[in-house]
Design a binder for this molecule. Structure first.
Ligand code: USQ
Length: 397
């Protein structure tokens, strides 16, 4: 397949591009390099030393003989460029990662809220709009989030996208329906992914676009089979308070002797997936497109659920780290249960990498190896969800 990977320079985009190129596909990365600009804005850098995208693709070619093409295009702002590129290359499939993906970054200030909404919604809409305009029947695979469901305290299993409900008609009968699971975002970032769902629903219904939405949990890990092939193919690893996700943050904190930063009581239960499985799931989704005219296909892309404090205790047990119980900078339920259905990917052959199997390797191979690059002052999470919370958070463990 000729595949366009929008946002292919990012944390999931890069290993996915390598994975698909390795599988024999013709891969084109479209990216505005915004993640690199945001590193500069925040004054942080990836834990792992990362080369330019041009250098990364050069090394991939030298190692494998395969080419990954790079095109500097901003989906949200360069509609004509995007449309012209799609008209010229006419990809068979498009993977859409080209969105601002950090919840804390999206809550930093009014400017960051505007940026996240404008960037994410325009990127998604420009893409859908161009596909219709060009009459391009490419399968669109979007990286969505488990966070669209919200984290209720009810504890019922979350289905894959659609919820069966019984609706009472005027004649008193109960009619069975399946509705898009009610959106319940917990940040501006998650809100943009909820809005994306509506855009997808409309374009699938109105124009027959073939769309798959992957509701992904929190990704952990760094390496995939392909990124291991050369030091310059290494994936990025974020540990800072805005972009670092919880498990990867705990791993690096353990490696540098920084007390593990648990928010509140750590009672939040979340869904997780290893980066290698994330790339595999995307390939599985690509190989199983919905038929034209059918509703949006939705998969829950996660393999296990864990409570934040259990993760902290597990890592403390392995490494002897202390745990810092910090006031929560976020507005979220202090405790929640989470049961998620993921039968679709398992049914299509996914064999999950488990936390138990991979955690220690990750601490030794990545966190300890690159610990010398950590700026400890960038570890605390300083982005508060409301002005009131901002007054109460103590940033130093
Ligand atoms: N947390 C801590 N300590 C930390 C960092 C986070 O206790 O040092 C807690 C947070 O309060 C939250 C949970 O850990 O309850 C998860 O936070 P996170 O930063 O790991 O994940 P989140 O903000 O939800 O976002 C990440 C990705 C996002 C993706 C999402 C999947 O950045 O792109 O969509 O995970 S999900 O969480 O399933 O919505």
């Amino acid at each position: 397949m000729r595949i366009a990977v929008m946002g292919g320079d990012g944390f999931v985009g890069w290993p996915t591009s390598l994975h698909l190129s390795d599988a024999g596909h013709d891969v084109h990365i479209l990216d505005n390099l915004s993640r690199r600009w945001i590193d500069t804005e925040l004054g942080v850098q990836s834990l792992t030393p990362m080369d330019s995208i041009q250098e990364r693709t050069r090394v991939w070619h030298a190692e494998t003989g395969r080419r990954i093409h790079f095109h500097l295009i901003d989906l949200a702002r360069d509609y004509e460029l995007l449309k012209n590129w799609l008209a010229e290359y006419r990809p068979d499939a498009i993977i859409h990662f080209a969105e601002q993906r950090a919840a804390p970054y999206s809550m930093k200030s009014d400017r960051h809220k505007n940026y996240t909404v404008n960037n994410n919604i325009n990127a998604t809409h420009n893409l859908l709009n161009a596909l219709v305009e060009l009459n391009l029947d490419a399968h669109l695979v979007h990286l969505g989030t488990m966070g669209v469901y919200g984290y209720s305290t009810v504890g019922a299993a979350i289905p894959e996208g659609y919820l069966p409900v019984g609706v009472e008609t005027t004649s008193g009968e109960t009619v069975a329906q399946e509705i898009l699971y009610p959106a319940n975002p917990g940040s501006i970032y998650h809100m943009t992914k909820c809005l994306d769902q509506l855009l997808f629903q409309f374009y699938a219904k109105n124009d027959g676009l073939r769309i798959t939405d992957l509701h992904q949990g929190i990704v952990w890990g760094t390496h995939t089979e392909q990124t291991r092939r050369h030091p310059q193919l290494v994936n990025r690893f974020d540990y800072d308070g805005d972009y670092g996700t919880v498990l990867n943050r705990f791993l690096i904190q353990a490696a540098i002797g920084y007390p593990l930063t648990v928010h509140g009581t750590g009672g939040q239960t979340r869904a997780f997936i290893h980066i290698q499985d994330s790339a595999r799931c995307i390939e599985i989704a690509l190989n199983n497109p919905p038929a034209r005219g059918s509703r949006v296909e939705i998969f829950n892309q996660m393999t296990e659920t864990h409570r934040v404090r259990d993760l902290a205790e597990m890592i403390a047990g392995m490494t002897g780290s202390e745990i810092a119980w910090l006031p929560n900078p976020r507005k979220e339920a202090p405790e929640n249960d989470l049961v998620v259905k993921n039968d679709k990917f398992l049914g299509l052959g996914l064999e999950p990498t488990t936390l138990q199997g991979g955690l220690l390797d990750e601490i030794v191979e990545v966190a300890k190896k690159f610990a010398y690059r950590v700026d400890r002052s960038r570890v605390p999470a300083v982005s508060a969800w409301t002005k009131d919370i901002a007054k109460t958070i103590n940033r130093d463990p």
